[in-house]
Design a protein around this ligand. Structure first.
Ligand SMILES: [Zn+2]
Length: 225
């Protein structure tokens, strides 16, 4: 059965051809990516991911499909790149088209608090945002004046200077945990949105901002770059 799975109908001649086709398509896709004008692929917008998927599929099939002449693959590759160039040219002239293709930057944190308006339907990714802030050495939300999620998935962060750092929700695991407010001194930070409760009484009701009721001990350490 394994033999059938691996070798059924395989022809030695064509195996050599696959080798040549693969190298050819690989070189072609390198040329096409150079023509696209991009410098690298660390971060991609959705539009670029779509283009890459199209390129990958067009380049992959002629590598091993005997009845597919390589020229078909070449035509698809160059069509995709012409389309890409055309759309990016149009997008450079129209902000509306750019937003339509790539979305727009999203506010994640504003004035030390998680933006619940913009993220109402995206709370599943809150952990991801917090991880990104930790990566940038942000210890708690009170250090952040503004954090934006850019369309390519990267995060842009403006920090408070030392004098303006406020109390905020801790982001690192040792301090990011729910406590019983009666067992610790105020202020407290809402575990969901980072809203600060400065008295014990304020925690007896749910969070005035997001109506959740889990609290962590707020901290106000300064940012150390
Ligand atoms: Zn809250």
């Amino acid at each position: 059965m394994l033999e059938k799975l691996l070798l059924d109908g395989a022809q030695f001649d064509f195996m050599l051809e696959i080798f040549a086709r693969t190298i050819l398509m690989f070189l072609l896709i390198l040329i096409v990516l150079r023509l696209s004008g991009r410098r690298g692929v660390r971060q991609l917008t959705l539009f670029e991911v779509a283009i890459i998927l199209g390129l990958g599929s067009a380049a992959g099939d002629p590598m091993f499909q005997e009845d597919l002449p390589v020229i078909y693959g070449v035509i698809v590759l160059f069509s995709v790149i012409v389309f890409y160039k055309l759309i990016t040219w149009l997008a450079s002239r129209s902000d509306r088209l750019t937003r339509l293709l790539e979305g727009s930057a999203m506010v994640i944190v504003e004035e030390g608090m998680f933006d619940i308006e913009g993220n109402r339907n995206a709370d599943f990714s809150q952990n991801e945002f917090f991880a990104e802030l930790r990566n940038q050495s942000i210890e708690h939300l009170g250090q952040v004046r503004l954090a934006l999620l850019e369309v390519d998935g990267s995060m842009s962060i403006l920090k408070y200077d030392e004098a303006n750092t406020r109390y905020g929700l801790p982001l690192f695991p040792n301090a990011h945990k729910a406590i019983d407010p009666r067992t610790a001194e105020p202020p407290y930070a809402c575990m969901f949105c980072g809203n600060i409760a400065s008295t014990l009484a304020a925690t007896e009701q749910s969070c005035s901002r997001c109506h959740k009721d889990e609290w962590a001990k707020a901290i106000n350490t300064k940012y150390i770059g």
